[in-house]
Design a protein around this ligand. Structure first.
Ligand code: TXA
Ligand code: MG
Length: 320
């Protein structure tokens, strides 16, 4: 199956928005690169992004918003964030901000973090799609993991065509590199990724940016301090659960005997498991159990990303 390339006329935009509402994936142009979009509030649709990209781990995704009101419902803007957004949105700037507790964005989209990466794209087709859809769209670059980012609809069709409901064709993208990412979730503003907006432009507004690698307290390789790790210790690949433990189960034969239990997927569906993963881990962490026991999860498809995240969460931690 190959995705339908839609011309970005009003009928194409309406069809693409309907596909997003139905939980499907739609690729669309932005001024930087083409994005692989899904309804950011739908865990299962976001899991489908990771499956399509064949990502071996759950990187948090950028959440695209169409207007200021939508942005403020999802994250908290301080004065620095407001100034940067007012001067540069819509445009190639992504802001990492504290997530509002009642934010509708899927926990999988932000990889369980307490922060959200938000961006308001300025491409007319991206803006029209966001308006027609009426909600936030999670969208990484529309390429398989480890491959080059796509700057034409044909690039997307070649590498991901079979995974998508539609590709909106907007011709070649204008900027060709991803957005600049600035982390404003802490006291010091940090540059997480250089990109389409110059650092000079940003520093002219809010002063010097700290480099990303100064991020304090990296607890496990590849794990930023802001990453959510459960408070309770994790035991992985368990064959039995104890009475004082909470159980993260998987598959048709969940273990018994735990104090609390949630099954990632009773049918053994790894996409469903990924969709439930961060939300369930949080609930079990708050269940009052001494530890969280986790049943074995197959090392295939999104199971690899789930296991990667579990191993990081179970790794010894430096004191906070
Ligand atoms: O230009 C772009 O930004 C493109 C177009 C499609 O908009 N999008 C894009 O998205 O590059 P993506 O999902 O590939 O970028 C994800 C990166 C992550 O690897 C991470 O570095 C950062 O954004 N990120 C996302 N959420 C974050 C968070 N809560 N905290 C820290 N970094 C975050
Ligand atoms: Mg990318």
């Amino acid at each position: 199956m190959t995705a339908k390339i839609l011309s970005a006329d009003p009928a194409g935009i309406v069809a693409a928005a309907a596909a997003l509402k139905a939980g499907r994936l739609v690729a669309f142009p932005t001024e930087t690169v083409y994005g692989l979009g899904a309804d950011a509030t739908d865990n299962a649709a976001v899991a489908a992004i990771f499956a399509a990209k064949k990502r071996p781990n759950f990187n948090p995704l950028i959440v695209h918003i169409g207007d200021w009101a939508m942005a403020e419902r999802l994250a908290h803007f301080d004065d620095r964030a407001r100034l940067l957004a007012e001067r540069n949105w819509p445009g190639p700037l992504t802001l990492v901000l504290p997530r509002r507790p009642d934010s509708a964005v899927s926990l999988l989209a932000s990889a369980g973090l307490d922060t959200l990466a938000l961006r308001m794209p300025r491409h007319v087709i991206a803006a029209a799609l966001l308006k027609a859809f009426g909600g936030p769209i999670a969208a990484p670059s529309a390429n398989p993991s480890g491959r080059l980012s796509p700057t034409t609809a044909a690039h997307v069709a070649q590498s991901l065509g079979g995974e998508l409901a539609a590709i909106l064709d907007g011709g070649p993208t204008e900027i060709g590199v991803e957005s600049t990412i600035v982390d404003l979730s802490g006291a010091r503003a940090r540059l997480l990724r250089p990109g389409g907006l110059s650092v000079e432009e940003i520093e002219g507004l809010i002063g010097p940016l700290a480099p990303a690698d100064e991020a304090a307290g990296i607890r496990a390789p590849g794990m930023l301090s802001s990453h959510y790790a459960p408070e309770r210790p994790l035991r992985l690949n368990v064959a039995e659960a104890r009475e004082d433990e909470a159980l993260l189960a998987f598959g048709p034969k969940p273990l018994h005997g735990a104090k609390a239990s949630l099954n990632l997927s009773a049918t053994g569906d790894l996409n469903e498991a990924a969709a439930n993963f961060f939300a369930f881990l949080r609930r079990l962490d708050e269940s009052g159990a001494q530890a969280i026991a986790v049943m074995p999860i197959p090392e295939t498809g999104l199971g690899r990303a789930i296991n990667d995240r579990l191993r990081r969460a179970a790794a010894p931690r430096a004191p906070r």
